[in-house]
Design a binder for this molecule. Structure first.
Ligand code: ZN
Ligand code: ZN
Length: 113
């Protein structure tokens, strides 16, 4: 790996010099009963969310990439090989998303900057 492969990727938007980040969100459903529990013993584990998603954005709020359609782009109904998201509510960042990000940045001319 050359040295610049470790450099932060800059936001591709014009006049923006902020670094890009991969932001995750995890969603957990709430119920009335939970609000009456005095301690935090009910606190759910964010590693097992009801919903999860991500976005690639810079610190200034420019969103560069969101999850694509569910299902594997290879076209298989149930694809174990690429491990792509099949559920609309649980989205992960996959190698194919990294490829999509790389394509977007290349198209916007940001990688060579
Ligand atoms: Zn930006
Ligand atoms: Zn596939």
């Amino acid at each position: 790996m050359s040295r610049d492969e470790y450099d932060p990727i800059k936001c591709p938007m014009p006049d923006c010099d902020a670094d890009l980040f991969l932001d995750w969100t995890a969603s957990i459903g709430l119920s009335r009963g939970l609000l009456t529990v005095a301690d935090d013993s009910w606190m759910p584990d964010p590693a097992h969310p009801d919903g999860a998603g991500w976005r690639v954005a810079c610190a200034e709020g420019h969103v560069v990439l969101l999850p694509g359609p569910t299902g594997c782009p290879c076209g298989a109904d149930s694809c174990a090989r690429h491990g792509f998201d099949e559920a609309e509510d649980l989205r992960r960042f996959h190698a194919l998303d990294a490829e999509r990000l790389s394509e977007v940045l290349t198209r916007l001319g940001a990688v060579t900057r």
